[in-house]
Design a protein around this ligand. Structure first.
Ligand SMILES: NC(=O)c1ccc[n+]([C@@H]2O[C@H](COP(=O)([O-])OP(=O)(O)OC[C@H]3O[C@@H](n4cnc5c(N)ncnc54)[C@H](O)[C@@H]3O)[C@@H](O)[C@H]2O)c1
Ligand SMILES: O=P(O)(O)OC[C@H](O)CO
Length: 313
């Protein structure tokens, strides 16, 4: 298997470092003038087994391509480069739902590149942890069980342990939806509402994730696994998370760097659209969407959530 990673942000670069333990890896980015240390992943020097290039056709000579681009940028990239990507195995790592099409990355790939094989790599993992070689477990999802097994083995290393599933829908929804809930958890902590409020948001957020995912055909056990609950726990509990930090800044009424990738903001809006289509109740995502758009204050949002009609758990 010849491997390339498309997208030289923090996560693409971290995956290149980790997977170079198994053999040569090509890392493609739009602007790669930084030589062996990517400013998006400071303090990490790329091993010799990683070749960095801004030449997409060269990188796409590999048969297996990991797509490490933000969810809202993926469709334009796929459509612009569909010819180059034809017939490849394309593995998405994006954790979001496309705001225009209301679909996850696997459906974007299937539409733009219909003859590509599709898989998803997701789960609890900070780029900095992976790049430092800290032990991490992820989910590799592929509807083709045989191909999934081959990819699971090819992309596991002694410190990167992949579990596999055929539930692509569940795996990518878990990764996308947890970012929305992490923003809400960050808001609660940033606003000084306390750890009990955070626990309530995480638990009710998981209920919301599970409800919507079930309507969309995901399996409950996938949501309860690494790609859902596992990543929800990580992202709602760490200031390493950009989604959590974004929410924290909102809650604390502080500025936040608009150039930072915060997948949960656009995904919250997409989730409210999807939930409307599916007749699912997603009060936390609706609150995050309004907060991200600035159409409700933190105080009002929390009051609205607390004053919903009382119901069974
Ligand atoms: N950083 C993490 O810890 C982490 C962990 C797991 C998954 N992810 C997911 O990986 C995805 C990427 O996140 P990241 O942390 O690498 O983000 P990042 O902001 O560090 O990097 C994004 C990269 O995408 C590139 N890019 C944007 N638009 C592009 C386009 N049209 N064509 C080519 N390149 C383009 C940017 O130049 C940048 O290099 C997100 O969906 C994120 O949720 C991130
Ligand atoms: O920094 P975040 O919030 O994008 O989270 C990174 C990863 O998705 C955590 O698994």
């Amino acid at each position: 298997m010849k491997l390339a990673i498309l997208g030289a942000g923090a996560f693409g670069t971290a995956l290149a470092v980790a997977l170079s333990a198994n053999g040569p890896v090509t890392l493609w980015g739009r602007s790669t003038g930084w030589s062996r240390e990517n400013p998006r992943l400071p303090g990490v020097t790329l091993p010799d087994a990683v070749t960095v290039t801004d030449d997409l056709p060269r990188a796409a000579q590999a048969d297996t391509l990991l797509l490490a681009l933000p969810a809202q940028k993926l469709n334009d990239f796929l459509t612009a480069n569909a010819r180059i990507l034809r017939g490849k195995t394309l593995i998405s790592t994006a954790k979001g739902i496309d705001l225009t099409r209301l679909t996850g990355p696997s459906q974007l790939i299937a539409t733009a590149c219909p003859d590509a094989a599709v898989a998803v790599l997701t789960g609890p993992s900070f780029a900095a942890d992976i790049a430092r070689g800290l032990p991490t477990a992820l989910t590799l999802a592929c509807t083709d069980a045989g191909r999934g097994k081959v990819l699971q083995h090819a992309l596991s290393t002694p410190v990167l342990r992949l579990y596999r599933t055929t539930d692509v829908t569940g795996a990518e929804l878990g990764g996308a939806l947890k970012n929305v809930i992490a923003i809400a958890a960050g808001v609660a902590i940033g606003a000084g509402l306390g750890d009990s409020a955070r626990a309530a948001i995480v638990t009710r957020g998981f209920a919301e994730m599970s409800r919507l995912s079930a309507r969309l055909g995901a399996r409950p056990e996938t949501l309860a696994g690494l790609s859902g609950l596992g990543d929800l726990m990580l992202t709602c509990s760490s200031m390493q998370s950009r989604n959590f930090r974004f929410g924290h800044a909102k809650g604390a009424r502080q500025d936040f760097d608009a150039a930072t990738t915060v997948e949960g903001a656009a995904t919250a809006l997409a989730v409210t659209g999807l939930a409307r289509q599916m007749g699912a109740d997603v009060p936390i995502a609706a609150m995050v969407a309004q907060l991200a758009q600035g159409s409700v204050s933190v105080g009002d949002a929390m009051e609205l959530l607390m004053n919903r009609p009382l119901k069974e758990e």
